[in-house]
Design a protein around this ligand. Structure first.
Ligand code: NAD
Length: 508
C-alpha cells in the first residue's frame, strides 16, 4: 500500500494485480505547471507491462468479478466513492499540482469523481433488462452480460474525474480494466488505485499502466485480450486507435475534441449569456472539451456584447492555482503553452483582432501562465475559428440571422456541444435541433445530469456514455428466447406428405 501523501514526490510505478510494481526501464518526469519543476517520474510502460496487466484483469474477470452480484459491486463502488470523499482535499491538491487547474475547480472535479462512483454503483442494480412476450407463444428477454477486459485511455485535462467517468461504469457493469493515464498527469491514477484497493475491490479488477501513448497506449489497444476501448483525447489519436484496434475487432467509445459554439441572439438575457460564455471559455484553464471556444454573436448586439466580454476577460484572475481566488492557472505543460500561443499568433496573422490577453502575464515570469485571450472579428475561414486550441482563447464572430448562425455553427469538423442563448423559446429549440452536436444547452452553461447521454457527433466522437448509455457500452446484451407452450416446430425430413410451413424467422 502506498500512502497518498507519498505519491506527490516519489517515482510511481504501475499498479498491477493489486500491488504497485517497482518501475523498471526508462523513466519520464512529469512537471508542476506553475514552475515546470519536476514532481516525479513515471515508468515507460512496455508491451510486457501491458500484457501482465491485461492477464491480471482477465484472471480477475474470469475468476469471479464478472459473476459478482450488482449489489456487491455497488457496495464496493460506494466504498470507493467514500474513499475519494475522505481524501478529497489531498486529491484536489494533487490534481492542482499536476494540472495547474485552480484549486476551487479541482475541488469540484473531485466531488464529481466521487459522485461518478456513487452514481454508477447505484446504476449497477438498476440497469434495465427487457422482456418481449410474443402472442402468448413466446417469451423473449434480454440479459446484460459483462464483456471482459476494458482498456481505458484518458487525457490530461481533468485526470481523476475522467478516470472515474470510465472506471466506475466499467466496474459497475462487471468488467475489469487496465487504465492508461496521460503521461503529463499521472499522479491521481495511483491515488485512485490506492483508494480502490483500500475499498476492497479484488486484485486484478483495476490495473494502471503508465507510459507514452504510442507505446503503452498502443500496446493496450492492440492487445487481443482487451475487448473494449474507452478513449478520451484528441480526434487524431482516436483515429489512430481505431486503426490499431480494428484487427482484434474491439468495441470503441470515442470522446474526442470540440470547437463548440455559443450562439448569442439579440433577444437573449445578455448578462447571463456573458457570465456563462466567459466561464465556459476560461474554466479548467480553457482546457475543456465542452468549452464554448467560439462565440457567435448577432450583429445588432455584437459591439456592445463584445465590449462587455472584453472587460470581463481582462479581469479574469490569473495566478497561483493553489490560491482559492484564482480563476485561471498555468497551462498543463510548456509544449502545450507553445501550441496555444502559436494559435494566438496565427489568429492575429489571419486578421482576427486581439481584444484581450495574448501574452504571458508580466508578473508571472515562470510556469505556463497565459493571459485569458479574446480574438474578435474572426471569420469562419480562419484556422483559429475552425481548429481546437484547447486553451484560454475565445474566438468571437458576428452573424446576421438564425440561418447564418446555424451555418457557421456547423461549419467545422467537430460536433461536441453547442450553447444557444435566446428568449424566443421556439427559436432556441429550432436552433438546438439544427446545430450538429451531441449535446446542446439552451440559456445555460454546461450543467450535466449523470443520467443523460454524453458524447459527440462528426469528428467529436463515436458512441454515448452516461446513465444506461454507459452500460450499453460496457455490457453485451444477450437475448434469450423460450416458447411458453408447445409451439409448432418445422419437421424437415419427417414425412413426405407434410405441408411445408412458412418459416417465421428472418433467415439469419
Ligand atoms: P491525446 O489524444 O494526446 O492523449 C490522450 C491519451 O491517449 C493519453 O493517455 C495518451 O498517452 C494516449 N495516446 C496517445 N497516442 C496513443 C496511441 N497511439 N494509442 C493509444 N493511446 C494513445 O489527448 P490529450 O492532449 O491528452 O487531451 C486533449 C484532447 O482531449 C483534446 O482534443 C480534448 O478535446 C479531448 N477531450 C475530449 C473530451 C470529451 O469528452 N469529448 C474530454 C476531455 C478531453
Amino acid at each position: 500500500m502506498v500512502a497518498l501523501a507519498s505519491l506527490v514526490t516519489h517515482q510511481i510505478g504501475h499498479f498491477i494485480d493489486g500491488r504497485f510494481v517497482q518501475p523498471h526501464g526508462r523513466l519520464f518526469e512529469f512537471l508542476n505547471p506553475s514552475t515546470n519543476e519536476t514532481i516525479g517520474a513515471i515508468p515507460e510502460g512496455s508491451p510486457e507491462d501491458i500484457d501482465r496487466a491485461v492477464s491480471a484483469a482477465s484472471r480477475a474477470f474470469k475468476g469471479g468479478w464478472s459473476r459478482t452480484s450488482p449489489e456487491e459491486r455497488a457496495e464496493l463502488l460506494f466504498e470507493v466513492a467514500s474513499g475519494v470523499e475522505k481524501h478529497a482535499e489531498g486529491l484536489a491538491r494533487s490534481e492542482t499540482l499536476n494540472t495547474g487547474i485552480p484549486i476551487a475547480q479541482t475541488r469540484g472535479q473531485i466531488h464529481r469523481a466521487a459522485e461518478n462512483f456513487r452514481f454508477f454503483g447505484e446504476m449497477a442494480t438498476k440497469v434495465l433488462e427487457t422482456a418481449f412476450p410474443a402472442r402468448d407463444e413466446f417469451l423473449n428477454y434480454t440479459l446484460r452480460r459483462p464483456v471482459g477486459v476494458a482498456g481505458l485511455i484518458t487525457p490530461w485535462n481533468t485526470p481523476l474525474m475522467l478516470e472515474s467517468w470510465k472506471v466506475a461504469p466499467c466496474l459497475a457493469a462487471g468488467d475489469t480494466c487496465v487504465l492508461k493515464p496521460a503521461e503529463w498527469t499521472p499522479l491521481s491514477a495511483n491515488a485512485l488505485a490506492t483508494i480502490i484497493d483500500e475499498a476492497g475491490v479484488p486484485n486484478g479488477v483495476f490495473n494502471v499502466v503508465h507510459g507514452l501513448g504510442e507505446v503503452s497506449g498502443a500496446s493496450l489497444v492492440a492487445h487481443p485480450g482487451v475487448r473494449l476501448i474507452s478513449f478520451t483525447g484528441e480526434t487524431t489519436t482516436g483515429q489512430e486507435i481505431m486503426r490499431n484496434g480494428s484487427s482484434s475487432l474491439k468495441r470503441f467509445s470515442m470522446e474526442l475534441g470540440g470547437k463548440n459554439p455559443a450562439i448569442i441572439f439579440d433577444d437573449a438575457d445578455l448578462e447571463r449569456a456573458l457570465d456563462a460564455s466567459v466561464f465556459m471559455a476560461y474554466s479548467l484553464n480553457g482546457e475543456r472539451c465542452t468549452s464554448n471556444s467560439r462565440l457567435l454573436v448577432q450583429r445588432s448586439v455584437y459591439d456592445d456584447f463584445i465590449a462587455k466580454v472584453t472587460e470581463r476577460v481582462k479581469r479574469v484572475k490569473v495566478g497561483d492555482p493553489f490560491d482559492k481566488r484564482t480563476e485561471l492557472g498555468p497551462l498543463v505543460h510548456p509544449d502545450h503553452w507553445k501550441r496555444v500561443v502559436g494559435y494566438i499568433e496565427l489568429g492575429k496573422s489571419e486578421g482576427a483582432k486581439l481584444a484581450a490577453g495574448g501574452r504571458r502575464p508580466p508578473k508571472l515570469g515562470r510556469g505556463n501562465y497565459l493571459e485569458p485571450t479574446l480574438l474578435t472579428d474572426a471569420e469562419m475561414s480562419m484556422r483559429v475559428a475552425r481548429e481546437e486550441i484547447f486553451g484560454p482563447v475565445l474566438v468571437a464572430m458576428k452573424f446576421n440571422d438564425e440561418k447564418e448562425a446555424v451555418k457557421m455553427a456547423n461549419d467545422v469538423a467537430y460536433g461536441l456541444t453547442g450553447y444557444v442563448w435566446s428568449r424566443d423559446g421556439a427559436r432556441a429549440h429550432r436552433v438546438s435541433e439544427e446545430v450538429e452536436a451531441g449535446m446542446v444547452w439552451i440559456n445555460s452553461h454546461n450543467v450535466r445530469d449523470l443520467r443523460t447521454p454524453f458524447g459527440g457527433v462528426k469528428q467529436s466522437g463515436i458512441g454515448r456514455e452516461g446513465g444506461t448509455y454507459s452500460f450499453d457500452f460496457y455490457t453485451d446484451t444477450k437475448t434469450v428466447h423460450t416458447p411458453l407452450g408447445e409451439h409448432q416446430i418445422p419437421t424437415f425430413g419427417k414425412s413426405e406428405s407434410q405441408k411445408p410451413r412458412e418459416e417465421n424467422s428472418d433467415g439469419r
